[in-house]
Design a protein around this ligand. Structure first.
Ligand code: IDP
Ligand code: MG
Length: 156
């Protein structure tokens, strides 16, 4: 099982799409293990997006991400990082395939509704930035045996 960091960006909150977008992840079988709302401070967003520092869109990205509240999620499941990236779709809304979150709800380059970690290393780094340990909950979904093959995938 992997856990990934998802942020519903300010455009998702403003456009009141949080519920619909969280449903996409839940319907797929991902489990919410952390959830909170925050108006992000500049320093935290700068650290989160440090790999993009110096790129032409960086300053605008920081302004956008600190402009309004966001919703932050920890999502858990098999291959959660890749699964979430697939559900999100390509970075730019106008490129993203229909059926994906970015493909169905947006058309912008920067305002693309969601952030999702892109590797095991970045997921660990980003979860550590946005959640304290006690804010991530280890709970067992009742329906787990109907989402995964118990013997083959869950080792039971
Ligand atoms: P990702 O969110 O699909 O992983 P990244 O390349 O990591 O995409 O870029 C981080 C965020 O920066 C994007 O989600 C988007 O909001 C913004 N961004 C990336 N490239 C551009 C650009 O060329 N113009 C404007 N904003 C961009
Ligand atoms: Mg990225």
């Amino acid at each position: 099982m992997e856990t990934t960091l998802i942020i519903l960006k300010p455009d998702t909150v403003q456009r009141q799409l949080c519920g619909r977008i969280i449903s996409r992840f839940e319907e797929k079988g991902l489990q919410i293990v952390g959830l909170k709302m925050a108006h992000l401070k500049r320093e935290l967003v700068e650290e989160h997006y440090a790999p993009h520092k110096g790129k032409p869109f960086y300053d605008g990205l920081i302004r956008y991400m600190t402009s309004n509240p966001v919703v932050i999620l920890g999502l858990r499941g098999r291959n959660a990082i890749e699964v979430c990236r697939k559900l999100m779709g390509a970075t730019f809304g106008y490129n993203a395939e229909p059926g994906t979150i970015r493909g169905d709800f947006g058309i912008s380059k920067s305002m693309n509704l969601v952030h999702g970690s892109d590797s095991v290393e970045s997921a660990a780094r980003e979860l550590g930035l946005f959640f304290q340990g006690y804010e991530v909950f280890d709970w067992t979904p009742q329906g787990l045996d109907w989402l995964y093959d118990a013997t083959e995938e869950l080792g039971r």
